[in-house]
Ligand binder design. Structure first.
Ligand code: CAO
Length: 431
């Protein structure tokens, strides 16, 4: 029996370190080859780290948000899979203490094991996200070389192959049309040559944040694979806001706040319950809907590092005061970079509020595989015709972007109308 290190994987040519995100298994769990043990973030994407061996998860080393070099141990797995590991640890002790990791043998162990027998790992070794990306980009994963350790196929390999197919296909178009590339990577025509702009004036390069780099491909994927439509509406929140201000004034005395967003979350959940398709996802086979009977709502938070979307769990079971505290808690932890993997997982619907900033309407991008996202803009006093005269009312603009494969225009209109009724009469929110 040996302790085999599960190491920070190298997922691209440029990756030298990664950030540990979250455990998916616990110490003492029996682990099979290929089981996902934890998630880490590279400079490109979040990655599921699979076990290269069968055994028992014996020691966890990494902590959430910890940055570790490629090859450093995340955890140890007690395994008697000596047949696979024979000779791989000669360069150093496999059970080196966590404080003094032996990166090279650890990399070798995982790399060789991950890239090992086709019977265990399928035809070609590849990281899970590379397989998903290959299927999105229509790349035959078995026909491209892997640049990772032991020939492991990485996301960069797949995207490189897709880019080559597009370029070659274009050049050879008259005789050999390229394969259609649905959800292709960002087209080269819109990616600027770094030097191109300098011909026109002074330029400065600014690195994207880690969040920015991760969000870009995810947003592109959502925007190019989900048929989006946005339904705009106005909710009369005059009375609700008067009530909110009373609660807010009382909460301020204890150092807390009650903003409109807490009420919006409550109203959204009641509306989701009345329109269950909006709280669903398309099944993988795309022939069914997965209707969710839980109400975990993602809330877009603007941070210096970029947009993050922590999830407020079980909104249906919480009152306005608790929701307000939860909102303050997740948004301050988001801004301090203190969110855990659990905080950002499991949303069934998302709300993005720009109400504190301004604007009359916008088109938020659906956070796939969710079915819809609600954008909220800044409320303002508007003249409202009550049948006899114009009266000043506080109107809140809401914008529901939805996946048109799941939700049609009529359902979207019913959803925003229902939401407007709830926000328009605070008593209905209590039902
Ligand atoms: N209309 C008018 N005023 C509003 C409002 C609305 N819809 N929503 C909030 N406000 C007011 C609040 O009452 C508060 O005013 P006072 O301090 O004077 O009382 C002020 O705006 C600031 O509120 P807030 O933004 O701090 O609080 P919140 O609960 O409304 O929102 C959070 C919290 C985390 C969602 C928000 O701070 C945030 O980050 N929003 C940006 C989200 C984003 O970037 N979305 C874009 C995604 S697409 O790229």
């Amino acid at each position: 029996m040996r302790e085999v290190p599960l190491v920070m994987p190298k997922m691209s040519m440029t990756m030298t370190e990664g950030t540990f995100l979250v455990w998916r298994r616990e110490p003492g769990d029996a682990i099979k080859v290929g089981d996902v043990v934890c998630e880490v973030a590279s400079d490109k994407v979040d990655i599921e780290v699979e076990s290269p061996v069968e055994g028992t998860l014996s020691r966890l080393v990494a902590a959430p948000d910890q940055v570790l070099g490629v090859g450093e141990p995340l955890a140890f797995i007690s395994s008697d899979a000596d047949d696979m590991l024979e000779g791989l640890f000669d360069a150093g002790p496999a059970d080196a203490p966590a404080e003094q990791p032996e990166p090279q043998p650890a990399v070798a162990a995982t790399a060789v094991a991950v890239a090992s027998p086709p019977s265990r790992r399928g035809p070609r070794p590849a990281v899970p996200f590379a397989r998903r990306r290959a299927s999105e980009l229509h790349v035959d994963i078995n026909s491209i070389p892997g640049s990772g350790p032991g020939g492991l196929i990485t996301v960069s390999d797949v995207e490189g192959a897709a880019a080559k197919t597009t370029t070659n296909g274009a050049a050879a178009a008259p005789t050999a049309p390229a394969e259609p590339a649905a959800a292709a990577p960002t087209p080269q025509s819109v990616v600027a040559d770094d030097n191109e702009f300098s011909a026109f004036g002074e330029t400065v390069m600014e690195k994207l944040s880690r969040i920015g780099k991760i969000a870009g491909p995810a947003l592109t994927r959502s925007w190019t694979t989900i048929p989006h439509v946005t339904q705009h509406d106005l909710a009369d929140i005059t009375d609700l806001d008067a009530y909110r201000r009373e609660l807010d004034d009382a909460a301020k005395k204890d150092g807390n706040r009650v903003t409109m967003l807490a009420f919006i979350l409550k109203a959204v959940v009641s509306t989701l319950k009345a329109h269950p398709r909006v709280n669903s996802s398309l099944s993988a086979s795309q022939d069914s809907l997965v209707l969710k009977r839980y109400y975990h709502i993602g809330v877009a938070v603007d941070t210096e590092q970029g947009l993050v979307v922590p999830v407020i769990k079980d909104v249906d079971r919480k009152g306005i005061t608790e929701l307000s505290k939860d909102l303050a808690d997740v948004s301050s932890r988001a801004r301090d970079g203190k969110l855990t993997g659990d905080d950002i997982r499991g949303a069934s619907f998302t709300v993005s509020s720009l109400g504190g900033l301004g604007g009359t309407a916008f088109t938020p991008i659906v956070n796939g595989p969710e079915a819809a996202i609600l954008g909220v803009s800044k409320s303002r006093i508007e003249p409202f015709w009550d049948g006899e005269q114009f009266v000043p009312r506080l109107m809140l603009p809401v914008s529901l972007s939805y996946d048109h494969r799941i939700i049609d225009g009529a359902l979207a209109a019913r959803f925003t109308t229902h939401l407007g009724h709830l926000l328009g009469d605070v008593r209905r929110l209590l039902l």
